[in-house]
Design a protein around this ligand. Structure first.
Ligand SMILES: [Zn+2]
Length: 338
């Protein structure tokens, strides 16, 4: 039996409990509309898959929601496996908020939990395919397969998941796309808990405004720079690069666990020289070994660019907005903003 089959069997055996719980919930609120049956807390119980979803639920839900996050702080979310207890509890949620395509085991468990108010953030904005390189005009050189302006490089993509093959799930790192998702989450909470719809609407508007301000700061701060190219650990910043006209060069693909090929390392060394790159970025939750080796070999400095897949004590900021502002400061420094 393949590893994939084993992985799929685990949620399947645990699902009996989840389905049973789902039935109890259904009979308890039979005949009602989409409104969720709020549990013992008196609050709407929201399960968020990982930090960027948690932040939306907390900001928009405010005091009306109780948010539980499946990916605990400090845990790298890609390829997270859930404990049977977590899978069982999923069925009790009033609302599940997740981003399909970044955590396959979580996707499976959520699909089987059968919770009516299940919100997939990937459906609330438009996803694209990104390789390790985003933003480059490839002038017909050795890079082959180009599809609709996006690269599909053989050999160093490293991602085997996504809603479609090669779809980049890192939408929250573009404040504009994240605001689109926020609006959809706001609408979903209004539907699940109509009694507090006015508050969800007000909170959504406030968050969308904050994200709009953040977008303006990025656009202004990154307008004039010495170079447009940045090298980063895993290719999480494709949407951000596209939004602000930058060129992302990822050491690994969409999944941080993949290993770069020697050819990719050589290519990065050449790009660093040609594009006057000053900095190799690494991140807080994934290994920084390759980034530091590459920087050492090419005489570059290193700094943190945080993909915000989780917040810990080491994060440069306490929440999404603060860490994004630290990211902007790091990018401005690395790119030589004027
Ligand atoms: Zn990632």
């Amino acid at each position: 039996m393949s590893v994939m089959n084993v992985r799929r069997l685990i949620p399947a055996t645990a699902v009996t409990g989840a389905v049973a719980l789902g039935l109890v919930t259904l009979s308890a609120c039979a005949g009602t509309s989409d409104a969720a049956d709020k549990g013992s807390s008196g609050k709407l119980d929201v399960v968020a898959s990982f930090y960027p979803m948690q932040y939306l639920a907390e900001q928009i839900g405010g005091g009306h929601v109780s948010v539980d996050t499946l990916t605990k702080p400090g845990v790298e979310p890609h390829d997270l496996e859930l404990k049977p207890r977590q899978i069982g509890e999923l069925g009790e949620a009033d609302v599940i908020l997740y981003l399909k395509g970044i955590q396959p085991a979580v996707d499976d468990a959520i699909a089987q939990a059968g919770v009516k108010n299940t919100v997939d953030a990937a459906t609330l904005t438009k996803l694209e395919a990104h390789g390790t390189e985003v933003g480059h005009e490839h002038e017909g050189e050795e890079h082959g397969a180009e599809e609709a302006g996006h690269e599909a490089h053989e050999g160093h993509e490293g991602h085997d998941h996504g809603t479609e093959a090669g779809t980049d799930p890192h939408i929250w790192l573009d404040p504009v796309k994240y605001a689109e998702v926020a609006k959809g989450v706001g609408a979903a909470l209004e539907k699940a808990d109509p009694a507090h719809a006015a508050d969800y609407k007000k909170n959504t508007d406030a968050l969308v405004k904050k994200l709009g301000d953040l977008n303006t700061q990025f656009a202004t701060g990154l307008k004039n720079t010495t170079t447009r190219t940045f090298i980063t650990t895993h290719s999480a910043f494709g949407y951000l690069a596209e939004r602000y006209g930058l060129e992302q060069e990822g050491i690994t693909g969409i999944d941080p666990e993949s290993e770069p090929s020697p050819a990719r390392i050589k290519e990065l060394q050449d790009i660093a020289k040609k594009d006057k790159v000053s900095t190799v970025f690494f991140e807080t939750l994934a290994s920084d070994k390759t980034a530091k080796t590459l920087a050492g070999d090419t005489g570059l400095t290193t700094d943190v660019l945080d993909p915000l897949e989780g917040i810990t004590d080491k994060s440069k900021g306490d929440d999404y907005i603060e860490v994004m502002q630290s990211n902007l400061a790091a990018l401005k420094k690395a790119l030589g903003a004027k």
